[in-house]
Each structure stands twice: as structure tokens, then as C-alpha cells.
Design a protein around this ligand. Structure first.
Ligand code: TRP
Length: 375
């Protein structure tokens, strides 16, 4: 399955990303038969785009990753357990504009729901808000799969609050929360610069969540920890330490994003509807915009993992599963670092790894056009 070359010698998008996925499954302790099932699902999600040789342009200008690969991997780490592998996808990338992409996404999700016997009613209730006939914005529907042993993934769907207009995104999020029974949730959200994503857990979850993602320009560490409505002082201190390490800002008063840097993001998860309080908080640092190259980004990832008592060995193995280039030869392999607090659970550190199927961004301060992608 790894990079089965076409006659031209160029792998296809599907073969390249499925190869990465299969190698990552091994790192995450998944067996070969699970890996094979998950690779097939990845190809199914990509649809016709899977067969595109990588020497053609990306199937669409997908906003999912910097080089427009419609696939991104992430590993969620907790102490004393192998990391959990997840894959974020744009189903039917290249199907056309956002309307076609949204429809392809819905078709894929419904096929998965049928196969694994889960309901999509919560998503169906929101269709007019997020998937109108001509949706606006940078994407319509993404899907993430959490790859568990057994070949049945947990499924998450990501929708665009700007689908019914950027100027209506706050109202869209408020209305979506209301329809799902979270009547008081909107008021508990911190102020932010933008609503980025609205996400739902679908399928077999103990406590399916509804999640709202917000962008925050120019944060300090203290402001970042102040965004959380989950946990107490200990968690706040962890968030501040994480923010400083991930951004590379040591001084407490230095701001975490200039105009040229992607904003730090927060995610607020809601489960029970009783009190409107969030049950989960995650802070995302787009570390690729805060480093010279991936050597720095990986150092920071290792340091954050160490702070949380997690062995960084699997991270090195995951990097080797995704690319054979040296970390210092590019920026953006490590797209995000995240710290998640969920009520009643130990904190989780998440590392997002780009596929870089199409392009490697050169290290900061170099003018080299392109680092060749191995393979
Ligand atoms: N590529 C987009 C970004 O960097 C969206 C995205 C992909 C994203 N993976 C993510 C956002 C993980 C937050 C966390 O913003």
C-alpha cells in the first residue's frame, strides 16, 4: 500500500497518504488489519482525488493544510498509553466548490453512519445552517476519524460557522447550540476574534461533544489560560506553561501572535445540557508560525510532552512514518500543538502532523522555493 508508484513513478495522493496512515497505525499500536481497514476508509473519503498523481496540482485549494493536502494526522498523548491516532479529512476534495464539497462530505458521513450504525440526526438538524445551497467560506465539511483498535473509528464532523455568511457566524453558532439543546452555552464562551469551526461527535462516544472553536489574535499566556472555563488553578498554570513553551515566549507579557502569525485558538466542548458549562477546553498553538523550522517545533513538542509525563519516543517514530526529510529542512510538518483539559480526565497533549504530500514550506528566513519531498 505504501506509495504504489504509477507508471510515471509519481505516487498518487491516495497511495502517499494511505502509506503514511499505515505506518502511523503501527506507531499507535494498531494491528495490520485495522491499518488496512483505515487506509481503505481514507481512500474512500478522498474519492476520485485519491487517484491523482502527486505531480498534478492539489485537487482543490483546501484550507485543511498549508500545501492543500486534504489530509492531516494527529496524535493524542496521555501518560502510560500509546498515542491515539486521528486523521482529519476533506471528503471529496476536488469535487468542485464548497457546495459540492459539502454534499460529498455528507454522502461520505452517511455512508459511514450506515456502515457503523450510528445516527446523524444531530447533524441533520443543522444542515440548513452549515450546508445551505451555496455555502460561503473556506470549507464546507471536514471529518475526523479517531482510529481505535477494532476497525471502527470514532467520527467527528467539522462545520463552518461562516457558511451562511461571515457576518452571521456568531448567530449561526448560537442557533446551532440552541438546536442541540445547549441553550446556555453560547453565553459562556469567551470573546474572540472569529468563530472558526463548529464540531460534533457522531457515532459511538461515551459522551458525545459539541465543540466551538474560536480564534484569538495577540494573546498573552495569562489571557490564554483565562479563556478556559474548565478546571482550576492547576489547569490554568498548565495552560500558561504550555502557551509559553509552544509559542516560544518566555516573558509573561509577550503577546502570542503578530499580524504575520496565525492566531492561537481555543476549543470549548459541551456535553451535558443542564448548566451550560463547558466540560472541555483545548488550546491550539499553530506552532509552525512560531518557529524557524520543524527542528524547533519538535523540540517544543518533546518539552510539552515531558511536562506531562509522556514518553516522546512515539512522536519521533510518527515523524519518521510521515516524512524522510530532516526536521530542520522545513517548517509546518508540525502544524499545531494542543493541550486539552476535559473534566474528570487527565490532560492530553496533541501533536498535529502535516502530510506535506505537495509541498514543504522552507525554514523561516530562507528564500529557497521548495524542498523536494522525499518519495
Ligand atoms: N489548516 C487550518 C489551520 O491551520 C485548519 C486546521 C487544520 C486546524 N488542522 C487544524 C485548526 C488543527 C486548528 C487545529 O488553521
Amino acid at each position: 500500500m505504501t506509495r504504489s508508484p504509477k507508471a510515471s513513478g509519481t505516487p498518487t495522493l491516495g497511495a502517499f497518504t494511505a502509506g503514511q496512515l499505515v505506518r502511523l497505525c503501527d506507531v499507535a499500536g494498531l494491528g495490520a488489519s485495522d491499518a488496512e481497514v483505515y487506509a481503505r476508509i481514507l481512500l474512500e473519503a478522498l474519492g476520485p482525488a485519491a487517484a491523482r498523481p502527486l505531480d498534478l496540482a492539489p485537487p482543490s485549494a483546501s484550507f485543511l493544510s498549508d500545501d492543500h493536502t486534504p489530509v492531516e494526522f494527529s496524535l493524542a498523548f496521555q501518560p502510560d498509553a500509546p498515542p491515539t491516532l486521528r486523521v482529519l479529512l476533506e471528503p471529496g476534495a476536488g469535487a468542485g466548490g464548497p457546495a459540492e464539497s459539502g454534499r460529498a462530505g455528507l454522502r461520505f458521513l452517511r455512508a459511514m453512519a450506515h456502515r457503523w450504525h450510528f445516527a446523524t440526526d444531530r447533524l441533520d438538524e443543522l444542515e440548513d445552517l452549515f450546508l445551505p445551497s451555496s455555502p460561503q467560506g473556506a470549507f464546507a465539511l471536514w471529518c475526523a476519524l479517531e482510529l481505535r483498535p477494532g476497525g471502527v473509528p470514532k467520527v467527528k464532523v467539522y462545520l463552518n460557522p461562516a457558511a451562511s455568511g461571515q457576518n452571521r457566524s456568531a448567530e449561526t453558532v448560537r442557533e446551532a447550540l440552541r438546536r442541540l439543546g445547549h441553550r446556555r452555552a453560547y453565553k459562556t464562551l469567551p470573546s474572540a476574534d472569529r468563530h472558526l469551526f463548529f464540531a460534533l461527535d457522531l457515532g459511538d462516544w461515551e459522551e458525545p461533544r459539541v465543540k466551538v472553536y474560536l480564534a484569538h489574535q495577540d494573546l498573552t499566556a495569562a489571557e490564554a489560560s483565562g479563556l478556559s472555563r474548565v478546571g482550576g488553578r492547576a489547569e490554568q498554570a498548565e495552560i500558561q506553561a504550555f502557551f509559553r513553551t509552544a509559542t516560544g515566549y518566555d516573558a509573561g507579557d509577550e503577546r502570542g501572535a503578530g499580524p504575520a502569525r496565525r492566531p492561537v485558538q481555543s476549543c470549548h466542548a459541551f456535553t451535558g445540557t443542564a448548566d451550560g458549562r463547558a466540560s472541555g477546553f483545548t488550546l491550539y498553538v499553530p506552532v509552525r508560525d512560531y518557529v524557524r523550522h520543524d527542528g524547533d517545533a519538535l523540540e517544543r513538542a518533546v518539552s510539552v510532552l515531558g511536562d506531562h509525563g509522556v514518553d516522546a519516543g512515539p512522536l519521533a517514530a510518527a515523524v519518521a512514518a510521515v516524512t524522510s526529510r530532516r526536521p530542520q529542512d522545513g517548517t509546518g510538518l508540525v502544524a499545531y500543538l494542543a493541550l486539552a483539559h476535559q473534566r474528570g480526565r487527565p490532560p492530553r497533549v496533541t501533536v498535529y502532523l502535516s502530510s506535506e504530500a505537495y509541498r514543504v514550506r522552507p525554514p523561516a528566513g530562507t528564500s529557497r522555493e521548495r524542498v523536494p519531498v522525499a518519495g
